[in-house]
Design a protein around this ligand. Structure first.
Ligand code: ADP
Ligand code: GLC
Length: 473
């Protein structure tokens, strides 16, 4: 099948979180399974753009309300990602340093989607299916089916994957002029609570909807930032497909970011060397169990709970473990985490910022990875940590519940807790410190986790089945 993915992120071109990882892996694995999957994303000013060769694939123009704009689609000449990668440039709108976070993000992403449809409309041979990801691309199913000028795309099947339903891309009805002329009789397909809600529109209009884990789909029916009734109503077209990991990139035997490579057979020695490097760099005591947190410092990830949970665990459990935090986000949380370094006794450190290489080194060097998420549609960190022999400590929510079994349960390997609350986190930290003392158990858990299969190969089969179903109507 010919599948076109449309995404705001794609690793290694531009990544803010897990969406980038998924968009960089799914088309590759679809190609490896014998299909032809390509991906188009905005052309940001990233290092990847300047260090790769490009050829022009298409030039066109379109309107965003009253604003006329030109766009160019370029294709990566060497196909270095293992699939055709297209960047769409709109001068002045998309060519920015960051992916998100501008006042005109609405205009940027609507213009991107309009331009994508203009481009596809011009293809002689249309793709069999368009697969869009999250709210930044979720107006495409509506526009393809309802805009007069895209009549040739009307029957094109579309799949929407929801990576995170917390963000929905809400915009006022005054912005409806951005959408190329459409039959206003169908306004209800854009509307949710008197706003244009791109995510809700995508759920209503896509041929099929997927979430990035089965459990998250269940949760969305009673907790989805206002879309509960919609998920209940549309449940017939929704499927939960667990994300995979790109095991070419995330492999401790070969990972170029990791200083000391290791596999299942030498995990203990390999991790010890990486931990030592980590402890040297961040002034941490090698003897203590090293608990890490990697991620966006936002409420969804429970990051605001970390400063208090760490301080309390030192107070009540004792200074028996050390912590390393990598992340950026909420300024208040960043400051609180920075302040904790004043009290460090070679047992706490933090790196505020985004550093891809350091994240890999932490997965390899840490003993435990803490994820006290309030919302976690899938979560990739726990999958990476397991592949690197690092025990995940997770709140039982979303994809974390689907992927981590508590070591106290049959065949278990992780540490699970119920609530995103400091008490539960401290208890999990205490359990980690206790588990760490049992070297034999730790080793067998590390080996067990490293052999678990979360490869994309398995998940990609489910997407292919879905595509076939959708394409067959
Ligand atoms: P989300 O997409 O909600 O942020 P995921 O667990 O799906 O959560 O994916 C997060 C991805 O982003 C992982 O690849 C993780 O290693 C990476 N990541 C998050 N924060 C940072 C950071 N500060 N530096 C480097 N990598 C990070
Ligand atoms: C989102 C979710 C995360 C998921 C990722 C990739 O950003 O927050 O849980 O793993 O998308 O699907």
């Amino acid at each position: 099948m010919e599948i076109l993915h449309v995404s705001a992120e794609c690793y290694p071109v531009a990544k803010a979180g897990g969406l980038g990882d998924v968009a960089g892996a799914l088309p590759l694995y679809l190609n490896q399974a014998g299909h032809s999957a390509r991906l188009v994303m905005p052309m940001y000013r990233t290092k990847f753009l300047y260090t790769h060769q490009w050829e022009v694939a298409h030039k066109g123009y379109a309107n965003l309300g009253n604003r006329w704009f030109e766009f160019t689609v370029i294709r990566e000449a060497d196909r270095s990602l293992g699939f055709d990668l297209y960047l769409l440039d709109i001068n002045g709108l998309l060519d920015r340093e960051k992916i998100y976070g501008y006042d005109d993000d609405t205009e940027r992403f609507v213009a991107f989607q309009v331009a994508v449809l203009e481009w596809v409309n011009a293809w002689e041979q249309k793709p069999d299916l368009i697969h869009v990801h999250d709210h930044h691309t979720a107006l495409i199913p509506f526009m393809a089916a309802n805009c007069y000028k895209y009549a040739a795309l009307r029957s094109l099947p579309t799949v929407l994957t929801i990576h995170n339903a917390e963000y929905q891309g809400w915009m006022g009805w005054d912005k409806s002029i951005y959408i190329p002329e459409w039959d206003t009789w169908h306004w209800g397909k854009l509307d949710w609570n008197n706003c244009i809600n791109p995510l809700a529109s995508g759920i209503k209009c896509a041929s099929a909807v997927t979430t990035v884990s089965p459990n998250y789909l269940q949760e969305l029916k009673y907790k989805s930032n206002g879309l509960e009734a919609l998920f209940e109503y549309e449940k017939g077209k929704c499927t939960g497909i667990l994300n995979g990991i790109d095991s070419h990139i995330w492999d401790p035997r070969t990972d170029p970011f990791v200083p000391y490579h290791y596999g299942v057979e030498d995990v203990e020695a390999g991790k010890a060397k990486n931990k030592m490097a980590m402890c040297d760099r961040f002034d941490l005591d090698f003897e203590k169990p090293l608990i890490a947190f990697i991620g966006r410092l936002v409420g969804e990830k429970g990051a605001d709970l970390l400063p208090q949970a760490i301080a309390e665990s030192f107070r009540y459990i004792g200074r028996r473990m050390s912590f390393i935090i990598l992340g950026s986000g909420n300024a208040g949380v960043e400051n609180a985490l920075q302040r904790l370094t004043d009290q460090s006794n070679s047992d706490y450190n933090v790196y505020i910022g985004y550093d891809e290489g350091l994240s890999h080194q932490i997965y390899a060097g840490a003993d435990f990875l803490l994820m006290p998420s309030r919302v976690e549609p899938c979560g990739l960190n726990q999958l990476y940590s397991m592949r690197y022999g690092t025990v995940p400590m997770v709140r039982r929510t979303g994809g974390l519940k689907d992927t981590v079994i508590d070591y106290g349960d049959e065949n278990g390997y992780g540490i699970c807790f119920e609530h995103a609350a400091t008490g539960d986190i401290c208890h999990a930290i205490w359990r980690a410190a206790e588990l760490y003392r049992d070297k034999k158990k730790m080793l067998s858990i590390r080996k067990h986790m490293m052999q678990l299969d979360f490869d994309w190969k398995t998940s990609v089969k489910k997407y292919i089945e879905l595509y076939k179903r959708v394409a067959a109507g």
